[in-house]
Each structure stands twice: as structure tokens, then as C-alpha cells.
Design a protein around this ligand. Sequence first.
Ligand SMILES: *Cc1c(COP(=O)(O)O)cnc(C)c1O
Length: 421
Amino acid sequence: MDHFNYQAGILHAEDVSIADIAAEVGTPFYVYSTATLERHFKLIDEALSGMDHLVCYAMKAASNQAILRSLAKLGAGMDVVSAGEYARAKAAGVPGERIVFSGVGKTRDEMRLALTGGIRQFNVESEPEMLVLNEVATELGLRAPITIRVNPDVDAKTHAKIATGKSENKFGIPISRARDVYRLAGTLPGLDVIGIDVHIGSQLTQLEPFELAYQKVAELTQVLRADGHDIRRLDLGGGLGIPYARSNEAPPLPSDYGAMVKRVLGGLGCEIEIEPGRLIAGNAGILVSSVIYVKEGEDRKFLIVDAAMNDLIRPAMYDAHHDIVPVVEPAVAAEQEPYDVVGPVCESGDTFAKGRNLVSQSEGDMVAFRSAGAYGAVMSSEYNTRPLIPEVLVNGDQFAVIRPRPTFDEMINRDTIPSWL
Ligand SMILES: *Cc1c(COP(=O)(O)O)cnc(C)c1O
């Protein structure tokens, strides 16, 4: 459920008309709903109630500080994957003890930044990383709290580019080697081994792969405890999918996920951490774009819009589907026709949808790409020297620009031309 609905014939974000925002900031732009962000956070938080737990929002999904602060105010922690994200979370007011550091390639500088600034835990993904973290922490006279990310070799049954829990993926250590790696970790004075981490992929639409992975984590918890490790925190990663198309089967409910977690892991007396990103932000944002031209092809109509693959790369990168809706509500009986919806970028991959049925469109009409809140703005680029598009946050009947569109000068002046030219 989200808060993007028609009111008086115009698409609204909560109580704000999309047409009003467009009039002020121009298209294209992203707009997020605070009520949807909050609703999704609370749903997943409540799904784990009764267990000692912390929801650490995977901020790579949508990392604007206004979004981070909205969630932090509800008690969210953050899952970060770079020094930049760590600094951004801090800037948004998230204390270090609620920040978890994930990722396969943490550098010494990143470790130092997080250790000195405060960190809840590092999710360590390899032995070399573990040895380096031990060195860095020891140099600083600190002990780094760690979990070790295990790769359970479970098929997440999702798009290959976002599956992370099979042995061929670069993530984590093979679960079969976990005892050896934990034994080594236990001997390193700069590390405090507190738990286990697992994250098998993104946009999972079934509970079964999670359950298979969590069962392996439950078994490993017992084995490692018997080996003398004080396993007290289980980080279960993110990955719960969202409905991208109204017509599709809905992914599992957060409450069903929570019940499964309790059933599989509730008896272990561990603190539970989860790292949802898409689940919280995905349906809390839309991308609004204007029609530039309707172009008649040989056998099809192209709807050329002012947003492009540099603004929303998911269709080009993951063959992702986004529902596209007109900003002006169509009449109930309005006829639809198929369009290839494309952007202005000079690549055929700059195609949002093929043969998509929409009510008749003309120049200047606005459309909204739904479910664009996660892995949308954060993955955008300035390809074709197109400015990063604005982000807007709505709360009830108010809205604010939370990232302005840069001017051409701001973009262009980042280049420096060497003196020899
Ligand atoms: C990407 C990622 C997440 C978030 O995944 P979602 O599918 O957005 O919930 C969580 N944890 C880790 C380690 C990740 O890499």
C-alpha cells in the first residue's frame, strides 16, 4: 500500500497534487511519501515485535538525508556499504551505535572512519578483510564488533544481478568454512565476535529461500556456541520483495516474514537485526516525467518522455517493470493504446517499457513511474550531461525539495581543464 492516489482527478502524493509540485520544480523529478516510508518501517518493525531487534534500513536503496532522518526518528538504524554512506547517515543524525557496515570491499580508511566515529558492528565478508580490520582496530587501541557474513548457498529465486547467496556470488564466506573462520576470528585481539550475518539477495518474492538460509544460520549458531563463541546477534540481511505491478502476485507480507523469523530463530535468545531497503523505500517514491513527443514508428508509437535511463536505470539494468500511470486521471471508459515508453538518451536500452497500454498521450502530458523509490535516484547519473533530477518529500499537505536540480554551471564547473590546454 502507498499514498499515491487520485484526488479530484489529479495524482497526489498524500495530500499534495503532483501537478503543483511539477509547476514548482519542473519535470522530471522523484517524489517520496513520508506516510508510506513510515508505514513500511512500522510494518516490518512490528512484524519482529516480541523479539529483541533492530531494523537497520539499507540506505543504498534511497539515501537522501531527509529520508534517513524520517526513519531514524522512528528508531531505525542504518546499514551502510561505504564511507560516504556512513558519513551521510551521521550527517542525518544517526548515532554510530545504530550503524552497521556491510560490503565486500571495505578499505582501511573506511574502517578507521567507522571505528573512530562509532559503529554497531562490521559485517565481515572475508578472511583478508578480517585480518585488516583486526590490524586497524589494534592500531587504534579499539576492538571492532563483528559478525561474519556467511554464504549459505541458497537460491534466492530472484534476478541474477541481485542474487547474493549462492556459492558463485562474491558475498560472504562459504558456510562450510564458517567454523574455521570463526576460530581464527576468536584469536584476533582487535575483534569482538558477536554474531552471524546473512543476506541472500534482493526482491525475493517467496519466504522459502529466507527460511532455508535462516535454518542454516540457526544450526550454525548452535555449532559456534559449542565451539565457545558468544553468538548473541543475528543479522538476517534485507531482500524482502515488493509488488512492482498491481497485476502481479503479491510478495510475502512482513508479518508472515516476521512469524517465520520467530519460528526459525526465536528460540536462540539472540538479538535480531534486519536490513530492509526496497521494502521500506520502493513503493514510497514515484518518478514524474513529461511527454516530449509522441513519435509514430513503422509499427508502433514511441512515447518520448523527459526522464531517461540515467534517472531510473532499473528497466535497462534489471529488465524491471514499473507501472506507468497518467498524472491526470483517465476517464473510466477511456481507450488505451500501446506505447513504447522511451527516454531521450542515445541508447536503445533507454526504454522504460515496450507495448505498454496507456490512455492516449500527447505532448506535455505527465506520467508517473510507480515503485521508483528504491534504487532509483541513488543509481542515477549525469550521462548525456543531464542534471540529476530533484527529489521532493511530501508529508501530509506539505512538500519540500530535498535535493535540488543542479544548474548546468554546477555540473560543468566540476571539470577542470589542465593548464597545458
Ligand atoms: C542491498 C542490501 C540490502 C538491502 O536489500 P533490499 O532488497 O533493498 O532489502 C541489505 N543488506 C545488504 C548487505 C545489502 O547488500
